[in-house]
Design a protein around this ligand. Structure first.
Ligand SMILES: Cc1cc2nc3c(=O)[nH]c(=O)nc-3n(C[C@H](O)[C@H](O)[C@H](O)COP(=O)(O)O)c2cc1C
Length: 212
């Protein structure tokens, strides 16, 4: 059965013949539609590609927790594999795939730390259990058994019982700057629409239609 964007999503369609001057106008329209017009459990999920210190690519899914003109923000353990990769090569590529809408967006740019205030605010917004687990888990490092992981959580809980759980210095946000943004809309028989925005030196955007 061939796939094509269902009619009810026409409201959030982008006019690829007359693209908006600012790609974030289009991105927000699609991002909002992914939340409002689909039953995707994590419409803010994005695959983040990085380059490991030895030059190998690696990719994983994270949740996009902030979007503005400065970029996309996600939160993680900065001592994780992705954290080590970003320390060595501070650039990333994020890919959103909203299958029910037959849409994909790819965003590329250099990566910086989110501000301390942003990381603190997001940390405080998380349930206590999540904060405990984030502290107890040495993300991406070997752990012998599930029992060992749960024991580390229990130890941490005992140590911090009745006390606030401070954000570890190695846990926080990364921001991917908006340097290249590409939109993909699936169509019948693979005659898809694509366009890529590139940020120019003066901060404005150029937009180029691409063959599917
Ligand atoms: C839907 C989904 C959302 C996730 N969100 C996050 C996230 O926001 N931050 C995070 O550190 N890991 C998140 N993960 C786990 C990552 O995919 C990954 O396993 C982890 O961050 C370790 O990656 P690394 O070893 O490449 O650093 C998520 C996984 C899935 C499937």
């Amino acid at each position: 059965m061939m796939k094509h964007p269902p009619m009810e999503h026409a409201a959030s369609a982008i006019d690829f013949e007359h693209p908006p001057a600012d790609p974030m106008t289009a991105f927000r329209r699609w991002f909002d539609a992914a939340h409002e017009a689909t039953t995707l459990p994590n419409p803010n999920a994005m695959s983040i590609a990085t380059v490991d210190p030895d030059g190998r690519p690696s990719v994983r899914v994270v949740l996009c927790r902030g979007i503005d003109d400065r970029g996309l923000v996600f939160y993680t353990n900065r001592q994780s594999r992705k954290g080590e990769a970003l320390r060595a090569h501070p650039r990333a590529c994020a890919n959103f795939h909203w299958d029910p809408l037959d849409r994909q967006v790819r965003i590329e740019g250099s990566v910086t730390h989110a501000t301390e205030a942003e990381s603190d605010a997001y940390w405080e917004s998380r349930p206590r259990e999540n904060r405990v687990n984030a502290c107890a888990s040495q993300q991406s490092r070997p752990v012998a058994t599930r029992a060992a992981l749960e024991e580390a959580v229990r130890e941490f809980e005992a140590r911090f019982e009745g006390k606030p759980i401070p954000r570890p210095p190695h846990w926080g946000g990364f921001r991917i700057a908006l340097e290249r943004i590409e939109f993909w809309q699936g169509h019948r028989h693979r005659l898809h629409d694509r366009m890529a925005y590139l940020r120019t030196g003066d901060g404005t955007w150029t937009c180029t239609r691409l063959s599917p």
